[in-house]
Design a protein around this ligand. Structure first.
Ligand SMILES: *[C@@H]1O[C@H](CO)[C@@H](O)[C@H](O)[C@H]1NC(C)=O
Ligand SMILES: *[C@@H]1O[C@H](CO)[C@@H](O)[C@H](O)[C@H]1NC(C)=O
Ligand SMILES: *[C@@H]1O[C@H](CO)[C@@H](O)[C@H](O)[C@H]1NC(C)=O
Ligand SMILES: *[C@@H]1O[C@H](CO)[C@@H](O)[C@H](O)[C@H]1NC(C)=O
Ligand SMILES: *[C@@H]1O[C@H](CO)[C@@H](O)[C@H](O)[C@H]1NC(C)=O
Ligand SMILES: *[C@@H]1O[C@H](CO)[C@@H](O)[C@H](O)[C@H]1NC(C)=O
Ligand SMILES: *[C@@H]1O[C@H](CO)[C@@H](O)[C@H](O)[C@H]1NC(C)=O
Ligand SMILES: *[C@@H]1O[C@H](CO)[C@@H](O)[C@H](O)[C@H]1NC(C)=O
Length: 521
């Protein structure tokens, strides 16, 4: 029996299709990340979505659509900016993620008349009169999915005011992660039957049976380490979660117990080994917000931390800048030293959940329009209207929520790992009633995930370190491989069986791609 490699390939492809069809149970929907890096206080990375389209009977690509990069975060509508919003901010980062001008004819057909201002105080964001519309929102993720009549907002006027008072246009819009309801309802008059229900992407996926729940799991990764983010709806990437996981019900308020400084391994680059009680307020509520950039903390707390670091508060910039000429700077930001955030255990557990944010992730860059030339800054920004843990923090933390169950999760995210995919990609479903999700548990997982990315501070104490203690690749930790083997065996058996049945060739003949075959020969 002569089966060319191309035929074998085709058969494999056909088989894959057949099998994936047979097993099309609801599973997590994985959202793709772009490779672009965004400032001016990052670098940050973003996900890709396609906006526009109104006709479910023709392919989305045949319609008037635009692909843009947006930060995943926020609730209710997915927000975007028009070209007009950037008119006042030429040659700036305004619209860096792409702008979208909705099709004027489709806009004219919109019946939602609702507008409002969009303010994120801790991000300095002030967007006036965002207009709500219901059109297609497409994500070319693990599958390509269009949600029709999705709640979208289009913005013509908006700016960000940075701590130093300088204003710039808005670089990126946002992809809504859901909301407390399944629809965003707009009333046209006092007859409820006339209400317009605009769809929320993750809710609609669940409603249509694509995903097992109305939920999300997010780790934004680190742009400076080329460590892509991970976002799933209806599930989460377990390879981005190191247990224990804390849970809380109000998504805008997690109890923050304390902030400290520690060193994961090796000697301390500081004059001390560890510090605690740096959070000036004592236990308080904190808001994890992927649409905010900084660690927005009370001035006293920033001061408590800053006085232990080679940073200087620039009074005109109003940011803490790293003293990059101080040898201690390089030592700290390349060492296993971290800023730690303690949260209470989830119900039934006893140990606090400590999320360590390596200083390596807190070596961020200010650029135009905030500064004329790039400057390295430490992202603690004094803020007295409540604590906000923005992207600076979320680089090292997993954030998720089950909207129906009403539970949010926060946990340590691993470092980049050997393949820059944390502990290895392992998408896991979140079921409708899940109030608990699991991460990988184990001493040393966090340390291992950073191996090769930070340098151990040498000291007398640790200099007898055995050189052979580098563990095998992070991937082997998660038991993926045994599964891969399983699948592989399964495929082989199927294939052999098909070949024996003479089916393989018949399928190949049906699917025959003579051109491809000719190319090879
Ligand atoms: C979108 O909503 C409009 C009005 O509510 C409705 O007529 C239309 O069928 C919807 N489109 C899709 C694709 O669901
Ligand atoms: C697509 O939308 C743009 C608005 O950005 C509009 O100028 C253009 O005419 C539309 N194109 C088509 C083919 O409808
Ligand atoms: C979709 O938009 C076009 C204009 O681009 C319009 O002519 C058409 O009627 C719209 N279709 C629906 C189903 O709303
Ligand atoms: C937002 O900006 C507008 C001007 O564009 C201003 O009138 C308004 O007061 C600002 N709102 C806030 C909360 O800063
Ligand atoms: C959630 O927490 C915020 C901030 O502490 C608070 O303003 C809000 O009322 C809380 N919401 C609920 C439903 O408890
Ligand atoms: C800090 O970040 C900048 C910009 O990403 C980078 O060039 C520099 O190497 C980093 N410093 C250290 C010590 O890692
Ligand atoms: C931490 O990781 C380093 C490699 O980055 C390794 O040399 C060291 O043995 C690890 N320490 C522990 C306690 O796992
Ligand atoms: C260990 O410490 C000794 C004495 O301080 C020093 O001579 C030696 O170079 C160190 N070894 C390593 C591997 O750092």
């Amino acid at each position: 029996m002569n089966l060319s490699p191309v035929a074998a390939c085709l058969c494999y492809y056909v088989l894959s299709l057949m099998v994936s069809f047979a097993f099309a149970a609801p599973s997590s929907f994985v959202v793709p990340w772009g490779t672009a890096k965004f400032g001016p206080d990052g670098p940050w990375q973003a996900v890709k979505v396609t906006l526009g389209g109104n006709d479910s009977t023709i392919g989305i690509k045949a319609q008037n659509v635009t692909e843009v990069s947006v930060y995943p975060g926020g609730v209710w509508s997915t927000k975007s900016f028009t070209k007009a919003a950037c008119k006042e901010y030429p040659n700036s980062l305004c619209g860096a993620g792409g702008t979208w001008d909705p099709d004027p004819d489709q806009l004219a057909l919109q019946r939602i008349g609702f507008t409002e201002d969009w303010i994120i105080d801790e991000a300095g964001l002030n967007v006036s009169d965002i207009r709500y519309i219901a059109l297609g929102l497409t994500i070319q993720g693990s599958t390509t999915k269009t949600v029709w009549n999705a709640s979208l907002s289009t913005c013509d006027i908006g700016h960000i005011t940075y701590p130093n008072g300088i204003q710039g246009g808005v670089p990126l819009g946002s992809l809504s992660l859901g909301a407390s309801e399944e629809y965003q309802t707009f009333s046209l008059n006092d007859r409820p039957s006339d209400n317009i229900n605009a769809a929320l992407f993750p809710a609609q996926l669940h409603k249509e049976g694509d995903t097992p729940s109305y939920s999300y799991g997010l780790h934004i990764g680190s742009a400076s380490f080329d460590y892509p983010g991970s976002l799933a709806f209806g599930g989460y990437n377990k390879g981005r979660v190191i247990g224990p996981v804390t849970s809380f019900r109000n998504e805008t308020a997690v109890d923050l117990l304390d902030i400290g400084i520690g060193v994961e391994y090796g000697a301390s680059p500081f004059a001390f080994d560890a510090k605690e009680e740096l959070l000036s307020t004592g236990t308080t509520k904190a808001l994890p917000n992927p649409l905010a950039p900084y660690l927005s903390l009370p001035g006293t707390t920033c001061e408590n931390i800053a006085k232990l670091l080679p940073v200087t508060y620039d009074v005109s910039l109003r940011y803490y800048l790293w003293n990059t000429h101080d040898p201690l700077y390089t030592k700290i930001v390349s060492s296993p030293a971290y800023l730690s955030f303690s949260f209470p255990p989830s119900p039934g557990h006893t140990d606090n959940v400590v999320i360590k944010v390596p200083f390596a992730l807190l070596n961020l860059t200010l650029e135009h329009p905030i500064t004329d030339s790039p400057k390295q800054y430490f992202p603690c920004v004094p803020y007295e209207r409540g604590i906000v843990l923005g992207r600076a923090f979320l680089q090292a933390a997993f954030l998720g929520r089950n909207w129906i169950e009403g539970t949010s999760w926060l946990a340590q995210a691993p470092g980049p790992g050997p393949a820059r995919e944390g502990l290895g990609e392992q998408y896991t479903n979140i079921e409708e009633n899940d109030a608990i999700i699991e991460g990988f548990e184990g001493e040393g997982l966090f340390n291992q995930s950073w191996a090769g990315h930070w340098s151990i501070v040498a000291s007398q104490k640790n200099n007898e370190t055995k050189p052979d203690d580098t563990k095998p690749e992070g991937r082997t930790l998660n038991g993926c491989e045994s599964w891969d083997w399983c699948w592989c065996c399964c495929w082989c058996c199927c294939f052999v069986w098909l070949v024996r049945m003479g089916l393989a060739e018949r399928i190949c003949a049906l699917q025959g791609h003579p051109a491809a075959v000719r190319d090879i020969r």
